[in-house]
Design a protein around this ligand. Structure first.
Ligand code: AMP
Ligand code: MG
Length: 422
């Protein structure tokens, strides 16, 4: 079982006097108050991709574990001098997968294949295409350093070396290194269980058919598939809490259901303080709610709450705002709760191919894409219901809180979606 460590009741309270909350203060509040909540378990290395290490790992054996040839060629004892070098060829071949028996004397050479262990007496290899063979003699011109074309035991990693720190999330290439160094299983955190709930009278299940005129006022729930697939890409277990109408009793039931199965819940819709925003109303009355009026575009108030000690991220219903707030606020929070620690997305300064006048007072995230000239373009509309802009984009341009005049060619901060692991 994953444990829910007790959260302080005021853990999501913003500093006193903060009304419109700058993004950085919201992020600091999350960073300072969240912690890893998942328990450790052991998994086989072969099944460990996507898990986060709960313990650092050291190599069991060296890579390579024996000195071997890096090329197909001829092995001998180096170095060689300038001019023509001549060696007597020993019959036989050192093949990969077997140990050549017998010493290779000075001024002798033996054919050797890539990956074959160096026979005793061999410390250097010359490429086959560089030699001439004639009547049991092998000749080649020029200097070769001792150790040429050889991979020494442990030159990549030595037995006992630290491979990964605790908190590292394992990627496909990491499995290759673990297997190469004979690490059979690893200690990881159990996946964070993230509940996803959509709310709204106008929202209906994907693909449900239009039955009457009223249905024409309805929209498909695109947030749940969006957030569920993001979360599963991040190595969390997605708990589908479903779709609920704006009804206090029904939403209460969903929250109670979520507490039984989730470490954290993400909801969309109903998060602001309007008359139809039942979710925030309910959490305010029966749980603990902090309405964060974050100075960010896109995004409206983010409702941060606790329901029977389970953190809730109440995101705006607009898919674009929900997506951007998930990346900016939930992603680092999720990394912290999952055990990999707070993550700042890696960003790049890239020349803009757009113009924009930005007013002071809030941070803006624009849907953006790199073009073939290495400039960054932004989506034609900033409307936060324009889902097509999410599909068009490959990242976000982040414009600072202050007023700014962006001219074509100015460097702007571009965060590729890859910086969020997507
Ligand atoms: P709300 O945050 O509930 O005021 O919703 C803001 C906007 O987002 C409204 O236009 C909703 O219809 C829309 N919306 C809410 N939930 C979803 C959803 N699950 N999928 C797509 N759009 C939604
Ligand atoms: Mg709503």
């Amino acid at each position: 079982m994953t444990s829910k460590t007790k959260m302080r009741n005021n853990c999501f309270a913003l500093p006193r006097g903060v009304n419109w909350c700058p993004v950085d203060i919201a992020l600091r509040t999350l960073r300072d108050n969240l912690h890893a909540v998942c328990e450790p378990m052991k998994v086989s290395t072969l099944a460990s991709e996507g898990y986060t290490l709960s313990q650092s790992i050291n190599a069991k054996v060296s890579n390579p574990s024996f000195s071997n040839s890096a090329v197909d060629g001829y092995g001998f004892s180096g170095p060689t001098a300038d001019g023509l070098n001549e060696y007597s060829l020993i019959s036989g071949t050192a093949f990969a997968g077997s140990q050549y028996i017998g010493q290779i004397p000075q001024f002798h050479a033996i054919e050797i294949m890539t990956g074959a262990p160096l026979p005793p007496g061999v410390d250097s290899v010359v490429l086959s295409e560089d030699v001439t063979l004639d009547n049991g003699k092998l000749t080649f011109p020029g200097k070769l350093k001792k150790g040429s074309n050889v991979r020494l035991a442990g030159e990549d990693v030595s037995a006992g070396d630290l491979l990964f720190e605790k908190g590292h999330r394992l990627r496909p290439q990491d499995l290759a290194l673990l297997v190469a160094t004979d690490v059979k299983d690893v200690k990881v955190y159990k996946p964070l269980r993230v509940g996803v709930l959509s709310t709204g009278n106008e929202v209906r299940e994907p693909y449900s058919s239009v039955k009457n005129d009223l249905d024409l006022a309805m929209i498909f729930d695109s947030n749940r598939p969006l957030l569920s697939s993001l979360i599963s890409k991040w190595g969390c277990d997605v708990i589908d809490v479903g779709l609920e109408v704006d009804d206090v009793d029904k939403i209460r039931q969903k929250l109670n259901l979520a507490v039984e199965n989730c470490d954290v819940l993400i909801t969309t819709g109903g998060a602001s303080a309007g008359r139809a925003d039942y979710l925030s109303k309910l959490i305010q009355e029966e749980g603990t709610l902090f309405e964060w009026r974050i100075a960010v575009k896109p995004g409206r108030p983010l409702a941060m709450g606790l329901w029977r000690n389970m953190p809730i991220f109440g995101l705006p219903g607009n898919p674009v705002a929900a997506y951007v707030c998930t990346l900016i606020f939930f992603y680092p929070a999720m990394c912290t709760m999952s055990g990999s620690g707070w993550q700042e997305p890696q960003a790049f300064q890239v020349p803009a191919n757009f113009k924009k006048t930005k007013l002071a007072g809030r941070r803006e995230f624009l849907r953006a894409k790199l073009n073939k000239k290495g400039q960054v373009e932004v989506f034609r509309s900033e409307g936060s219901g324009r889902i097509s802009g999410l599909s068009w984009s490959t990242g976000l341009v982040e414009l600072p809180d202050k007023a700014l005049e962006v001219s074509e060619g100015d460097n702007v901060k571009y965060i590729p979606y890859a910086s969020f692991g997507i």
